[in-house]
Design a protein around this ligand. Structure first.
Ligand SMILES: O=C(O)CCC(=O)C(=O)O
Ligand SMILES: [Fe+2]
Length: 335
């Protein structure tokens, strides 16, 4: 059976009139692929466009201007950053936004003192971005909450099964800008973002460009393009959702290949439960066979995120900048 990534009318799927075939395709895809696209998701198209126009104008600035938007303390998940491959060729450019601007703001939102320390490294805000970015982020979280409700519906469990309600959630927020590359090669030789599944519960993405650069993995290991559908949002199931459901739902593996004639851009909001959540398979999904998963406190992962990341991906000069608390701008072979 060929696997496709459905484009789901989210309000229809959540309504009492949802066609059974639609709900069935949501369940099948959530079990086998872990990626859906959603339309009629309630996020105003003007908000999506406004955010992307504003961040697009920033990313289109000359490199010397953008270098001023690097994290002042070399934090890999704040501000602007370029990501060269081993040959110094630009693979990916990112603009990262932390959930809060300061520990004070995080505490006011209900975070514990210790957890709020994640926000000691400030965000970098180009003029005119903050309010729209916050609105777009919050709207994306709303979509994640609705998709979780949809997955609860197709699984036949109450949405309260999932430990997310009424607590400060934890997110990260990134804009990805992919350069155009000469692409007379096989997909496997033109990867701009390597195969992975996200560590979130759900990730809400919006992609722009003129080709299907995003690919999701089918159960047989083959790759399925996720076409650009105007106005659609892409939703990935992350490792947390897979663990909660004891692998009844799968974490969506995905990657990005080069192509197209214009810069491809995507925006991802990675939605997690509150940092004090113990992540473990939930009772309705644990049968007589039990589970192979061990429980783990989300905070234990979040607090080591920067060190874990730098250990795997950090370039020596990047690690040095972080240790010394100064901005890092990658050397490129050609600009
Ligand atoms: O650019 C995309 O389509 C995917 C981005 C992604 O997978 C990520 O940022 O984790
Ligand atoms: Fe991802």
């Amino acid at each position: 059976m060929t696997v496709q990534i459905p484009v789901v009318d989210l309000q229809l799927a959540l309504s009492d009139d949802a066609p059974p075939a639609l709900l069935d395709s949501v369940l099948q895809t959530a079990e086998r692929v872990g990626i859906i696209q959603v339309v009629n998701h309630g996020v105003a198209p003007e908000l999506i466009d406004d955010f992307h126009d504003r961040i697009g104008a920033v990313l289109d600035l000359p490199r010397a201007e953008k270098a001023k938007l690097a994290s002042p303390t070399g934090h890999p998940f704040r501000g602007w950053r370029q990501w060269p491959d081993d040959f110094g060729r630009l693979e990916l450019e990112r603009f990262n936004i932390g959930q809060f601007d300061s520990p004070e703001e995080a505490r006011a939102a209900g975070l514990a003192e210790e957890h709020a320390t994640l926000y000691k490294h400030p965000n970098v805000w180009p003029e005119g971005l903050r309010a729209v970015a916050r609105a777009y982020h919050d709207a994306s979280v709303g979509v994640a909450e609705q998709v979780l409700a949809l997955y609860a519906k197709v699984l036949g469990v109450s949405v309260d099964t999932f430990p997310v309600g009424g607590r400060p959630y934890y997110t990260s927020f990134v804009v990805n800008d992919y350069p155009t590359w000469p692409v007379d090669q096989e997909d496997d030789d033109k990867l701009l973002l390597l195969e992975h599944a996200d560590g979130s519960a759900l990730t809400v993405l919006h992609q722009r460009g003129d080709y299907a650069g995003l690919q999701g993995q089918a159960p047989d290991g083959s790759w399925i393009p996720v076409p650009i559908v105007p106005g659609a949002l892409q939703v990935f199931s992350g490792h947390i959702l897979a663990k909660w459901t004891n692998d009844r739902l799968t974490a969506g593996r995905h990657r990005v290949v080069a192509g197209g004639t214009v810069t491809r851009r995507s925006t991802g909001v990675f939605w997690h439960p509150s940092l004090d959540t113990v992540i473990e398979p939930l009772a309705p999904f644990v049968g007589d066979d039990g589970t192979d998963y061990e429980l783990a406190l989300l905070w234990d992962k979040a607090k080591n995120q920067v060190e874990d990341y730098l250990q795997v991906f950090g370039r020596p000069d990047q690690v040095a900048a972080w240790r010394e608390g100064r901005p890092y701008v990658a050397e490129l072979a050609e600009v």
